[in-house]
Design a protein around this ligand. Structure first.
Ligand SMILES: Nc1ncnc2c1ncn2[C@@H]1O[C@H](COP(=O)(O)OP(=O)(O)OP(=O)(O)O)[C@@H](O)[C@H]1O
Ligand SMILES: [Mg+2]
Length: 305
């Protein structure tokens, strides 16, 4: 690759994908990333001959709008491309994950709410297939906000989600839970049943604020509910290669978290809001885009970790 990588401020805006061909993180053979860390080649995952039991990954950060839902959809789709059987769990009453996959969540009669709160509802009856082969969805809508209130008085209230997904653990290789932007009971439920947590972190000035609180919550969940919970990794999102500021933030994130930070970096691009409108993942909406490649690299890293 002979084009210089555009880490110097650019005189004029690049168009959306002009960075794709030489973006660090996408070409793991390049010597080092913007923080000077050497790249490690992330291998193509071996195909699977059988499926399950699932690794459960909570995608969480109580800060809003950092790319939790976008990462859940697109990581899920990229994992499915690599032959993994994937279940996406919409665990936010806003239902953005469901909507992002083209599901009219407000029209659904049975959602994850019914599964959590009513007896006799089977998870298989709530799960929907998505347009992505090998990727299913456990949908939610605004009803789920009532569950947060109703669960408070239940015995084993932190384990409600774990109980709900248990019957299908053997069917999937990876279950991704899209958490709401809070550290309330729903998120605690996700952390209590997860094997690992993936933390999207926007490359913005204040993004590191609040991470201490999230780490504190993870510690408490490890102590009290789920000693096996591990941090899978930290994903830098909303990265703008044209600004010094976002590169500095990513550098600070790497200083703070070292190898926990994924090599894959998600650039800020309008392609992602577009995919929400289209109701499909970027891997099918714009399969050759920088964004699709970044989520494929993330999928390989997740499989390798
Ligand atoms: N890499 C990106 N570049 C540009 N826009 C993005 C990117 N990722 C996500 N977005 C957009 O930013 C908004 C917030 O993203 P998303 O919904 O994934 O965040 P979230 O963390 O799930 O938010 P919330 O905390 O509200 O659940 C959405 O409109 C989404 O389309
Ligand atoms: Mg969200």
């Amino acid at each position: 690759m002979d084009t210089p990588r555009p880490f110097a401020p650019q005189p004029e805006p690049l168009d959306e994908d002009s960075y794709a061909d030489d973006h660090d993180g996408i070409e793991p053979d390049v010597a080092a990333d913007s923080a000077g860390r050497p790249y490690v080649k992330v291998p193509e995952p071996a195909p699977l001959t059988e499926h399950g039991p699932a690794r459960v990954i909570a995608v969480a950060n109580q800060k809003g709008g950092v790319g939790k839902t976008t990462s859940t959809i697109n990581l899920g789709a990229a994992l499915a491309e690599y032959g993994r059987k994937v279940l996406l769990v919409d665990f936010d009453p806003q239902g953005a994950l469901s909507v992002g996959l083209g599901v009219q969540a407000h029209e659904l009669d049975t959602t994850i709410y019914n599964l959590l709160m009513e007896r006799g509802v089977e998870i298989e009856d709530v799960i929907l297939e998505t347009s992505v082969e090998g990727m299913d969805l456990l949908p939610s809508n605004i009803d789920l906000s009532a569950a947060e209130v109703q669960l408070v008085t239940e015995v084993g209230r932190e384990q409600a989600l774990g109980r709900a997904i248990k019957p299908v653990l053997d069917k999937y290789d990876i279950i991704l839970i899209d958490c709401q932007p809070s550290l309330g009971l729903l998120t605690i439920n996700a952390l209590a049943c997860a094997d690992q947590i993936l933390i999207p972190l926007a490359c913005e000035f204040f993004s590191l604020r609040g991470v201490a609180l999230l780490m504190d919550t993870i510690d408490k969940v490890q102590e009290r509910l789920n000693p096996d919970l591990k941090i899978l990794g930290i994903l830098a999102t909303m990265f703008d290669p044209r600004t010094l500021h976002t590169r500095e933030v990513r550098q600070r994130v790497i200083e703070a978290f070292g190898d926990l930070v994924f090599e894959s970096v998600i650039n800020r691009t309008v392609r992602f809001p577009e995919t929400t409108v289209a109701g499909e993942p970027i891997t099918s909406w714009a399969p050759t885009s920088n964004g699709a490649e970044a989520y494929r690299l993330l999928a390989r890293e997740v499989i390798a970790r």
